[in-house]
Design a binder for this molecule. Structure first.
Ligand SMILES: [Zn+2]
Length: 117
């Protein structure tokens, strides 16, 4: 799946009530989504990801890691708030803006993950 399609798919799922997780896909490093049924899903691999033992709350290790994690959390909060602020039936223009914002934020998260790995 191309990056553009991945972003589009993530945007669709977020609008449907999926939550963007701080956990990244172990295979491709894309931030995972938690679907409404509770499963974790990677939009890039297009498959369900089984939850690992490492939980987001246990990533408080090392000072530089902390800053990166805080940054990642901040980005996720912005994304979550932005998703919530969208009307139920957004205009095409709003959807385009939303997709662009999601794409940018996912890129940032990927960059953070790359630094951490
Ligand atoms: Zn993946």
């Amino acid at each position: 799946m191309s990056d553009e399609n991945v972003t589009k798919r993530m945007g669709q799922l977020l609008r449907k009530g999926a939550a963007l997780l701080i956990t990244a896909c172990p295979k491709c490093n894309t931030p995972l989504l938690r679907l409404k049924d509770g499963t974790m899903y990677c939009a890039k691999c297009d498959k369900q990801v089984i939850e690992q033992q490492t939980t987001p709350s246990t990533i408080q290790e090392g000072a530089s890691g902390d800053i990166l994690n805080q940054l990642a959390t901040k980005v996720l909060i912005i994304l979550e708030e932005y998703t919530r602020s969208l009307p139920k039936k957004p205009h095409p223009e709003e959807i385009r803006t939303f997709a662009a914002v999601v794409k940018d934020l996912v890129e940032i998260l990927r960059g953070i993950r790359a630094l951490q790995s």
